[in-house]
Write a protein that binds this ligand. Structure first.
Ligand code: ZN
Ligand code: ZN
Length: 363
């Protein structure tokens, strides 16, 4: 991984925002900048400093993983250890401006840090600088995401074998997750969603102990983590003969998904991709049942920037990786979602592991 390039770009954006230092506390950002994947850490970055603070549990792991940063093992919470180090080295006068990641720093953490630093260092909430860098993936990251998507896609074959009337949703999810671990996944990107029958209308219907009914949709939304990178895919199948309404709904969601995929490209506004999906569903009187955004970025986290939603002005750039996942959900009755991972390329887009998405009917 190009850690030195990432640090260089981050330092340039610190200068742009008039920050002398940045205290990185969001763990995926720490992993992105120096490779450390432990669950306790704070990374202090500045022109003359790149230091990871962690605790004794991670001594060996930090030595193995970290590139381009000094490692300090402390007894305190890592953000406090970083603050202490800074308070000890800074002179008086409050000339140093320390940016912190507002999204991952609680009010109490901030108060403790401020008490420690007193007037020597000025604390300032920083914009999501590392998240902005993470939006555009390099070739190595895209290779890892591609591998995760390929492994994730293979799990759908397991789901298809398991989905039968009377089987519990959790049994389907368990078979998929077992296979994922056997194949080498670090874990699932999120708890597997298997939502059958009426539950298909529950947008985030985590697999429950409910049995799959004799007739209705089954929404399967699943992903794996491989080498830190996430995959995410949704397929919706129908058990038993689909009604004409079910067929029509599936066809509309698929058409919306294809329209949104076709809209992805460099220079395109995130909101326009969302609009492309919504327009098709509106034409089919389903817009009011499409209750979430069209997609999200993914990488070290399952949900990251950019978001593909109506109010988003982010312009897409080559190297961004997003999901395209429109859906329609009629509460208490039925729901459909179809999701793929798409990479923005210099000439347009590439769907990772494309498949035939005609409605699959399980008899
Ligand atoms: Zn998903
Ligand atoms: Zn998703």
């Amino acid at each position: 991984m190009d850690y030195s390039g990432r640090l260089r770009r981050l330092l340039a954006s610190l200068a742009e925002h008039r920050l002398d230092l940045l205290l990185v506390t969001h763990l995926p950002n720490i992993r992105y900048l120096c490779g450390f994947s432990g669950s306790a850490g704070a990374l202090l970055i500045g022109e003359r400093v790149a230091t990871l603070f962690t605790d004794g549990r991670y001594r060996t792991q930090a030595q193995e993983e970290v590139t381009g940063a000094k490692i300090v093992i402390g007894r305190k919470a890592p953000f406090l250890a970083a603050g202490e180090r800074l308070a000890g080295s800074a002179g008086g006068g409050g000339k140093i401006v320390l940016g912190f990641e507002a999204e991952s720093m609680s009010v109490s953490m901030q108060a403790r840090l401020a008490a420690l630093l007193r007037s020597r260092v000025k604390l300032r909430p920083a914009p999501p600088l590392v998240e902005r860098l993470r939006m555009v993936k390099d070739a190595e990251e895209i290779r890892l995401i591609r591998r995760a998507v390929e492994m994730g896609a293979g799990l759908f074959a397991i789901a298809l074998k398991k989905i039968r009337p009377g089987t519990k949703e959790v049994e389907v999810a368990a078979a998929m997750e077992y296979q994922a671990r056997r194949a080498g996944a670090e874990g699932m990107s999120f708890p597997t969603i298997i939502a059958a029958g009426k539950r298909s209308a529950v947008v985030h219907g985590h697999a429950s102990s409910a049995a799959i009914p004799a007739r209705g949709f089954v929404v399967c939304d699943f992903g794996v983590i491989l080498a830190g990178y996430c995959s995410d895919r949704t397929r919706t199948v129908h058990v038993g003969r689909p009604s004409s309404q079910a067929r029509q709904m599936y066809g509309s969601v698929l058409e919306a998904q294809q329209a949104a995929i076709a809209a992805v490209g460099p220079g395109v506004n995130a909101a326009d991709v969302d609009f492309a999906a919504r327009k098709i569903l509106r034409k089919n009187n389903l817009a009011r049942y499409f209750t979430h955004s069209t997609g999200h970025g993914l990488g070290l986290e399952i949900h990251e920037a950019p978001r593909l939603a109506a109010a988003q002005r982010q312009e897409l750039e080559p190297g961004m990786v997003v999901t395209i996942e429109p859906g329609a959900y009629i509460p208490g009755r039925l729901g459909v979602r179809i999701e793929d991972v798409v990479v923005v390329t210099p000439s347009g887009r590439e769907v990772l592991t494309p498949t035939d998405k005609e409605l699959i009917v399980v008899e």
